[in-house]
Write a protein that binds this ligand. Structure first.
Ligand code: SF4
Length: 615
């Protein structure tokens, strides 16, 4: 196969995506291991190689002497065509062995529009797509990642889903797999045994029945599977495994840098944000551990940039000592520090002083909504005064470009709320010119990134309809038109409305959508998150041909009493809390963040992090 591969590599773009052998990638001898694991990322190499979770799990599994974990990414269109023509099955980068040689095929599901690519990768590997057609323990297909918080549209294809943090769960899963493989047990015996491990969900062991109106009547576990599967939580982040090296690609990738994790979870509770709920409780790493991780990663890779990763890095309680230490040694080594997630309400003068030392590009903030009323409804908990104060500090310190993230179609949004996005942006431009110590001879730039709201499972807005496409398009057009005004200094980029519609369908879909995905793959869908590959019309045709109404999934308001497709998956957040939060949103009432006051979301029952003792 290697010969065939080397024959086609000169015929495709970026052949370095497919050759492996990068610095720090791990080679083992197949005869020396008893388990082979293919970590599959259902997107192109440059995207997958930028994913922090992949680096962690790759090196973690390879710590095991009995297992070799390799990587596999979706080949781009040109490479796939060559592979199919030459009869080359999908292979793992390290050994170039076909995926059929592997015991476990593990996908990470980062976004709903990667689902069709999962199917295409399995097919290219020559592995049956439907779980029930894979009869024995080999080529067991598993999946983890945020979309597993409602994995039902993939229920027909995946054998086992892993809910929550992967570090401990993956090790227990592999131990169990090895035990059952060595003992010659059947796939069914293994799947039943999986249900005894917290965090493992076997969709084939649940029967789902429906009411006449299409809603779910019952989700019934079979063969001793638990009625509710609870996510796994790593309780102690100070000692959790973290790699001391990353793989260094031969080509540029999306995030060409190393990353160190600062904390997991979020104290904030923005009502639209799934990550803010499914990763609770908040667990910080001591700053010395992060600093040490960062030094190891820089020393072992040669990268000149390190990113401090979390959902809201300025909420890290030890940011000042961490930056103080890091600025010393990174300045000496000419390393750039990147802080991707900052909030405007704790953007202090001290922080800006540190940022001045490390930042060159524009500053990015996410007010999400233009008006205070709507920011309160979504519990963003930032005031206009805080936004203006932040831009004032930033402009006074020499920045001229501010990027602002907004969402259109948020629950309770009115026309006035959308108009306020432009009004707020104009006030920011005015603020620049009003400052006597603004950067002289320069003009401000306010970049608005307008995405559309997608209601997500396990959030207070999980019952909300997504706004209809036509009205979302009108709102985007309004922003664009306003920004076109002469000398506005405002620039608008808006996301594709059709793809967020499909995202909304699959995000809250049930297992009746598995046939849609199968048909979409048959009709050529893959890389749906790529604008140039996404074919919305084919999806609409398939929904029509199979008699399924996508708007029923995307644009329908659910009753609080309705059984939701993910109700048997427990991420620690109670439905009572989510309903309380939804009702507060309708009244534009805010909820204080976890460090001010616990609002009893349920995550304390997971026994980890900051909330345990006081809740
Ligand atoms: S239990 Fe309380 S402190 Fe813990 S995450 Fe929930 S609201 Fe925050």
């Amino acid at each position: 196969m290697k010969q065939k591969l080397y024959k086609i590599l000169p015929l495709v773009q970026k052949p370095a995506r497919y050759i492996g052998g990068e610095l720090n990638s791990i080679i083992k001898i197949p005869a020396d291991v008893s388990l082979r694991f293919a970590f599959c990322f259902p997107d192109k190499y440059e995207i997958g190689m930028s994913h922090l979770g992949m680096e962690i799990i790759y090196f973690l599994i390879n710590e095991r002497e009995d297992t070799w974990c390799e990587r596999c990414f979706a080949p781009d269109i040109d490479m796939e065509a060559q592979m199919r023509k030459e009869g080359i099955p999908l292979f793992a980068l390290e050994s170039k062995d076909a995926l059929t040689e592997f015991d476990v095929i593990g996908f990470t599901l980062q976004y709903e529009l990667s689902f069709s690519t999962v199917l295409n990768m399995l097919d290219l590997a020559g592995i049956p797509l439907l779980a029930k057609e894979r009869k024995d323990l080999s080529n067991l297909v598993i999946a983890g990642g945020p979309c597993v918080s409602n994995p039902e549209p993939l229920a027909d294809f995946i054998d086992v889903f892993q809910l929550g943090d992967g570090e401990e769960l993956m090790m227990e899963f592999l131990d169990l797999y090895k035990k059952y493989k060595d003992a010659g047990k059947s796939k069914e015996e293994f799947l039943i045994a999986c249900t005894k491990i917290e965090g493992l969900y076997v969709p084939s062991l649940y029967d789902v029945s429906y009411n006449e109106d299409g809603t779910i009547r019952e989700i019934k576990p079979q063969k001793g599977a638990p009625a509710v599967v609870r996510k796994r939580v790593v309780k102690d982040l100070a000692s959790v495994y973290y790699p001391d090296k990353f793989i260094v690609p031969f080509i540029n990738i999306v995030h060409d840098r190393v990353s160190t994790e600062v904390f997991r979870g979020c104290i904030r509770g923005c009502r639209f944000c799934q990550a803010g709920f499914i990763y609770r409780p908040i667990r910080e790493k001591p700053w010395q551990v992060i600093d040490n991780n960062a030094r190891n990663l820089i020393d072992s890779t040669g990268y000149d940039e390190i990113s401090l990763v979390s959902l809201s890095t300025s909420d890290y309680t030890e940011l000042q000592p961490l930056l103080s230490s890091m600025i010393d040694w990174t300045t000496e080594k000419k390393i750039n520090i990147s802080l991707p997630s900052l909030r405007v309400d704790n953007f202090s003068n001290e922080l800006i002083e540190k940022l001045k030392l490390i930042r060159k590009s524009g500053l990015t903030f996410a007010p999400e909504a233009g008006s205070q009323r709507l920011r309160d409804a979504i519990n963003k908990n930032i005031s206009e005064e805080e936004i203006m104060n932040t831009v004032r500090i930033a402009f006074s310190s020499g920045w001229t470009t501010v990027k602002l993230y907004f969402m259109l179609g948020l629950p309770t949004e009115t026309k006035e709320d959308v108009e306020e996005i432009i009004a707020l942006s104009r006030r920011i431009v005015d603020e620049f010119y009003a400052l006597s110590n603004r950067p002289k001879g320069k003009v401000p730039t306010v970049k608005i990134s307008a995405s559309s709201f997608v209601p997500k499972p396990h959030t207070p807005f999980q019952w909300e309809p997504q706004e209809h496409r036509k009205s979302l398009i009108e709102k985007s057009e309004y922003l664009r038109n306003e920004a076109r005004a002469p000398k506005s200094k405002i620039y608008v980029s808006a996301h594709d409305i059709n793809s967020v519609f499909l995202e909304a369908v699959f995000a809250r879909g049930d297992r009746r959508l598995s046939p849609i995905l199968l048909e979409a793959w048959k009709r050529g869908c893959k890389f749906d998150s790529w604008f140039e590959h996404f074919n919305f019309d084919i999806y609409m045709e398939i929904f029509s041909d199979l008699g399924i109404d996508p708007e029923w999934y995307a644009n329908r308001r659910r009753e609080f009493a309705e059984i939701l497709p993910w109700d048997h998956l427990d991420y620690g957040i109670t439905k009572e809390f989510l309903i309380r939060e939804a009702k507060k949103a309708y009244k534009s009432e805010t909820t204080a963040h976890c460090r001010i006051k616990c609002s009893a979301c349920g995550a304390a029952s997971l026994n980890g992090g900051e909330c345990g003792a006081k809740c």
